[in-house]
Every structure is written in C-alpha cells, then in structure tokens.
Design a protein around this ligand. Sequence first.
Ligand code: M6R
Length: 614
Amino acid sequence: MCGIVGYIGDKKAYPILIKGLSRLEYRGYDSAGIALLENGTNLNVYKRQGKVIDLTEFVDGHSTEGTVGIGHTRWATHGLPNDVNAHPHCSGDGSIALVHNGIIENYDILKKELIKRGHEFKSETDTEVLVHLIEDIKEKSGVSLVEAVRIALNEVHGAYAIVVVSTEDPDKIIAAKKSSPLVIGMGEDEYYLASDATPIVEYTKNVVYLEDEQIAIIDRKNGLRIISISNKEISPYVQELEMQLEELEKGGYEHFMLKEIYEQPRAIHDSFRGRLDAKSGRVSLGGIKDYEEQIAKADRIIIIACGTSWHAALVAEYYFEDLARIPVEVEYASEFRYRNPIINKNDVVIAISQSGETADTLAALKMAKEQGATLLGIVNVVGSTISRVTDAGSYTHAGPEIGVASTKAFTTQLVVLALMALAIGKRKGTIADKKFQLLLDELESLPEKIEELLKSDDYIRGVAEIYKDAQNALYLGRGTSYPIALEGALKLKEISYIHAEGYPAAEMKHGPIALIDENMPVFVVAAHGEHYEKVVSNIQEVKARKGKIIGIVSKGDTAVKDIADHIIEIPKSDEFIVPILATIPLQLISYHIAVMRGCNVDQPRNLAKSVTVE
Ligand code: M6R
C-alpha cells in the first residue's frame, strides 16, 4: 500500500505532488506528507495525519517553493497513523528525506545497530531505519548519496519503492524498487515519479517501469540513468501509456464507485472487443493464443487471487470445469504460498488481480514459477508487476478503477474468464456447438442487458433505504451464484461496515439459519436455472423464520415474487452469465446503503485499493 510521488524539473513541485497524491490516495489515506527542496538548500518537510486535503490545509501559509520534491500517502503498517509516523522520514541531520512504499522486514535489527551508533529515531516506522542507514553509510564511508542508497538497499530485506532527495545533491532524485511498483514519467527536461501512472498521465505518456532491484538516478542536467543494486548499468526501456486523463475523473458522478458501476456496459464491451465475434462463432484471446494448447492439456488449473478477484476465481472454477473439463483449484494467494503446495510442470497457474500488484498474489506466482508451472495473468492495470512476471495473459480492459470497492474490475474478470474457458472448451471439443454459440451470444448481449438493468437504480435505491439500518445481512446463492453471494456480502461490509456473510444457500441449514429472525435481511440470488427450485425452497426456509427476503430474480419470475419481501429483476440469461448480471444490483444496494449511512464510499476505513503488503 501507500502511494509515493516525486518531481524534478522547471515547474513548481508542490501542486504536482499534491495532485499526484490525490490520484494515489486510493492506495492509502491515513496520513500524507511532502518534502520540498527550496533553493536547493532548505528541505521543507510537511506531514499530517489524515487525508491529502488535511495536508494542504496544514501547509497553507508555509513556503511551497521548490522544483524538486517527494510525497507520500500512507496506509499504516508499522506504527499508528499519526503526524510523526507519516512520511517523508528524514536523516538525523535533516539533509536527506525519503518516502517509502513496502516493508523493511529486518528493520528491527538494523534499528538496534543504528541506535548503538548514536542515531535517534522519531517514529515507529520501518522506513525511518532506511533513511538513517543511508546517512550512516554516507558518514562512515564518505560515499556519494547514490552509492549510499545502493549499499543500504543491499542490506535491507523486504519490499520497497523509495524516492530520496537531499540538500547535498539538490539537483538529483534517487528512486529504487523491489516488489513495490514505481513508474517514471519522462517529460521535456522534467521527470515524474509515482507508484502508478495515474499522477503522470496528464503530463507525459512516456514512462519507464522500474524493475526489481533497480535504482533510478535522475539528474536535472544529465537526465535518467538506471543501475542495478549490484551496480550494473541498465538501459531504460521507455513505453507509451494508453491511459486517458478523463478515465481518472469522476465525470459528474458523486463517487468513483458509482461511476465505475455505470461504466460496466462500456468496460465489458472493451473486455471482449476484438476477442469475441458471436456472428462468426469465434472467440480468441490474443494474449494466450500461444499457450492454448498447453492450457487444454493441463492436468490442473490453479487459480490464485485475493478478495473480489478470488470470488471471480470461484466463478471461473465452474466455467473451466464445465466448459473445458479441466480440474480447477481455487486458492487464496495468502494461504497457498505458505502451504508448501504440490505444483507440477503440467499445472497452469492463473493469477487474477485488478491492480496486478497484490503482494500475496505476486509471491504465490513466484513460488509457482520456481516449481515449473505455466503462469497466466488476468489483470486490469496495464504494465503492472503481475502482467510482467506471468508467461502470458489477458488484460481485462476495465479502465482505471479508483473506488476501493472493486466493481467493473470484477465483472470484466468474469467476462475474460468465460472467454478463456470457451476458447479452451472449443479447442478440446468439450462444449457442444449449440451451447458454445448460446454463450457467445449471451456474452455479446451483456452491455445492452446491463444498460437495461441500470435503469432499475432508483428502485434499487428504494430497497436500500429499507435496509440501511440493518446490523447484519446474509447473502445466499447456489452454483455460479454462490460466489456472487460472497461478493455481495464483501461489497456491503467493506463500504457500509454492516456485518454481512455470504453462504451457499444449501449450507444455511447447517448453521447460519440460527441467525435468522425478523431483523435479518437475506439477499438471495435466485435467477432461473438448474438450481432454481432448490433455491426457492431455501427462501421458504428463511421465510418460515421471519427473515426478510430480497430476491435477485430473472425477469418475469413469479415463484420468488410471491414469497419475497422485495425482488430485483435481472434480464433472463444462461446460468453462466447470471453471475455477471446479478452482481450489479448487489453493487448498487451496497453503494446506496453506504451513502445513506454517511460512509466514505470511495475510501472506506482501514482499506486501500492495492494491497502491496503481505
Ligand atoms: O488488485 P487485486 O484484484 O489483486 O486486489 C485484491 C483485493 O485486495 C481486492 O479485490 C479487495 O478485496 C477489494 N477491496 C474488494 O472490493
């Protein structure tokens, strides 16, 4: 977590850094800070608990001069979110300032050593150790700042993306990364640094993604130079950004989450554009074309992910097993990597991640790679680490997702996974032609169906109004709708702080049924399909215990309508497509409830968009 920014050029750094931090606030928002080099001699450091807006209020009236600076927005790992623990952190003599995203795992040993050598620490953070270590190496060995950073990075264990400035070298910015992302924007005699490209895109489209254990030295006169931490020269690889600035704005919506829910028809269309042609019965994912044979012959597919992406993996289990007849195991990346799992060369490991930076998913992938598996990625953020470490993969093309609660990233993941399963099923001959064609048609009609569904938003807001004060909620579904129950519950709890549980509908009677009384709203995905009658029976069981039923049903449904307290209709579709459609009213319910409860929808408490700590 945490977002870091840096700037060196002819412009005033302060507004650029603040704007950049606001764009990165989704990565952490419990405190923020900046350091500005004024006239190359003064290092002005301002930091504050709270959001970037609190920082700007604090800075108001102080000097914001300087054309070189760094900034940070924090998601606390070591030490409370307060002014002292906020970044930047400075060397003892105040000449060096550093911002950091990641965790220095051996900070404790290093700190004890540094204290013995006379260093005084102000904060409880692991980061402060790094800046003292750099200072210590500089003093002890008389080396340049760059060399001191390089030596220090060889001594630390863990993950880091850092940006460093110093009064001793005021025309330089030094940055480095390992396991946490860092992008450098290349302008005309100016350079932008950030955790992702969103703060950079409005200034330049030319970027360099720093690789692990690389150090960037940006000199006002001599430009960008990259070396490895073992001191080898590396030629920068400049890439062009595809991102558009408008994608990062709210575009008239009250919240990014709502905008992103409404963007789903477009996002889903982009996720299958050029890949699906229902008319000619064709599905083809360019990114995995060369690996299709290998996937088709795989002994097993292991899907690793976290959070919402893990729910997409659960749906994909149905897709791959049913359509392509390949056994699938779905794993929480954070459990899988610590379990000494059995991975074979004939296994295909698929990582699903919106950000492409989730630390546990990344670490699980690396472990699978060491054991010889083929790695595929289904990722939204173009150029992200997971997209680069996998052998092949498919982008979801949802566009930037800023709201911390994942919405369009999820539904586009489902579309890409469905396309992948269909392509492999077709190749293997495990899917009947009629079913194949039906699913292609259904996928192609999704944007239109979702447009239709979004017209019920006012009605859905009315349903949300009735349940906004609930203390608990239950979400039920069977088959491909069970992961949607989990996703619905996650959405509600993360943005409205209402306790919610997702369950396979049939499992309810094995325990959770004890929770049901007249105060318990129970959201049931009960669209037409193989499990419909059974789900109707489960609804009866809830009703018999006076629970309140909100049924997500197929248009024209009558059986659930007769017993439910409320129904929300989704367009009729095949069971494989239901998860994508049924997700949307659940997203809207959570959104409206959270707004009605006065919660910060886009930046829920304690969360961050990109979880780059383990
Ligand atoms: O970027 P990723 O898809 O790897 O992120 C995984 C989870 O952190 C993420 O889905 C999280 O659960 C969201 N807050 C859910 O809305």
